[in-house]
Write a protein that binds this ligand. Structure first.
Ligand SMILES: Cc1ncc(COP(=O)(O)O)c(C=O)c1O
Length: 407
């Protein structure tokens, strides 16, 4: 049991919803922000605002230094081989679309195959699907084992000599499973395909080492790691980035523009056209500093305990179906379920009346919903600032919602 009360660092957790204490269990959608992030962003606009990479004056140089320091921080967090392998985007979605619009456009042709998992979020599915349609390529899906884990045997069958890209999530936003990225990298590389990893649900919860994973591209969003919305990260292996033509053109990404031709700036500026979200990136830096101070050992201890409490409570309640593994071993902090004969939106609305905030719907994973033969699920997802009282309030409120619909 930790003695530090991290809740004190998150002002929103002191608020009330529908006259009840806020019980925030929608961390998979977005995490709440610690005061350190709010302060860093306010301080930038109050005392440090200037554009980056252009001015020679002091304020501009300081803003550039602060912005570039976050690139170092992210490179260190992901264990990138070089800082230039990291660049900033708007979100995971933006990062993944960037890979599609550069690597995908350049290297996928008619007859090639792109392999994704059935559990993918639409952000790591629709861009590939649209690329496949444009190019005349085939989009293939890796299925699940009965307990919701990725079916590696199926992955071995789906990844073939025709595969150009394997795009998978490291952690599912519905099933709570973590995928065997290293093995998938081996399978992809054996066929000379690249592995694109959606890290949106991973980076806040586990140490990520892109070199150990051997991921070719790795994407995540600041807002799910306790930072602000509007900032994403894309990591790419330098040797691959060197082969890519930028997807966007304009200021910041050039070194010389002539009447008819342009020489691009070095990597990574080449891939960051226009004024970036400087304040957001600084907010991301503050979030990562905060998260690393808490430490992944603490994060995982707390989240495991709360996930076990969620799974125990849900699996013991009659009339509840839990999707994904039923036991806490290898289970991430996301638990999706349904209440027999009650639509997920009704469950979530009932819980909201008790101040319990969970997500209900297809979770931007409609092919997965089809695979599971459901139209929607309810999802409770914890972060390290949640506590046992949050999970208890959720389980108590859920029992009342069930009783209401049964009566
Ligand atoms: C697994 C996964 N991938 C991608 C995304 C998209 O993230 P964003 O909306 O920040 O681009 C999400 C967001 O919920 C997600 O859970």
């Amino acid at each position: 049991m930790t003695t530090i009360d991290y809740r004190q660092d998150f002002p929103i957790l002191k608020t009330r919803v529908n006259d009840e204490p806020l019980t925030y269990l929608d961390n998979a959608a977005t995490s709440q922000k610690p005061q350190a992030v709010i302060d860093a962003m306010a301080d930038f606009y109050a005392n440090g605002n200037a554009n980056v990479h252009r001015g020679v004056y002091t304020l501009a140089a300081q803003a550039t230094d602060r912005y570039e320091a976050v690139r170092d921080q992210v490179a260190q967090l992901l264990n990138a081989a070089r800082r230039e392998e990291v660049f900033f985007t708007r979100s995971t979605t933006d990062s993944l679309n960037w890979v599609v619009q550069t690597y995908g456009e350049q290297f996928v042709s008619a007859g090639d195959e792109i392999v994704v998992a059935v559990m993918e979020h639409h952000s790591n599915l629709v861009p590939w699907q649209q690329l496949a349609i444009r190019k005349g390529a085939t989009l293939k899906y890796v299925g699940l084992q009965p307990d919701g884990q990725l079916d590696l045997e199926d992955a071995r069958k789906q990844i073939t000599a025709k595969t150009k890209i394997v795009a998978v999530t490291q952690a599912s936003n519905v099933l709570g499973v973590t995928n065997p990225i290293k093995t998938l990298a081996r399978l992809a590389h054996a066929q000379h395909a690249v592995l694109v990893v959606d890290g949106a649900q991973a980076v806040a919860h586990m140490p990520v080492d892109v070199q150990a994973l051997d991921a070719d591209f790795y994407a995540f969003s600041a807002h799910k790691v306790y930072g602000p919305t509007g900032v994403g990260v894309l990591y790419g292996k330098y040797a691959l980035l060197e082969q890519l033509t930028p997807a966007q053109f304009g200021g910041e990404m050039i070194s010389d523009v002539d009447w008819q031709t342009t020489e691009f700036a070095a990597i990574p500026e080449r891939f960051e056209a226009g004024t970036p979200n400087v304040c957001g990136v600084i907010g991301l830096g503050a979030a990562l500093t905060y998260l690393q101070r808490v430490g992944f050992a603490t994060v995982q201890t707390i989240e495991k305990r709360l996930t076990a409490q969620l799974l125990d409570g849900l699996t013991q309640m009659p009339g509840i179906t839990v999707y994904g593994p039923q036991t806490v071993a290898d289970h991430g902090p996301v638990v999706a379920f349904n209440v027999e004969n009650v639509h997920g939106h009704d469950v979530a609305t009932g819980l909201d009346l008790a101040g319990v905030e969970v997500r209900a719907g297809h979770h931007c994973a409609q092919p997965l919903m089809r695979y599971l033969h459901v139209s929607a699920t309810v999802r409770a997802s914890v972060g390290f600032y949640n506590n046992e009282a949050d999970v208890e309030r959720f389980l108590t409120a859920l029992k009342s919602v069930k009783e209401f619909f049964e009566s």
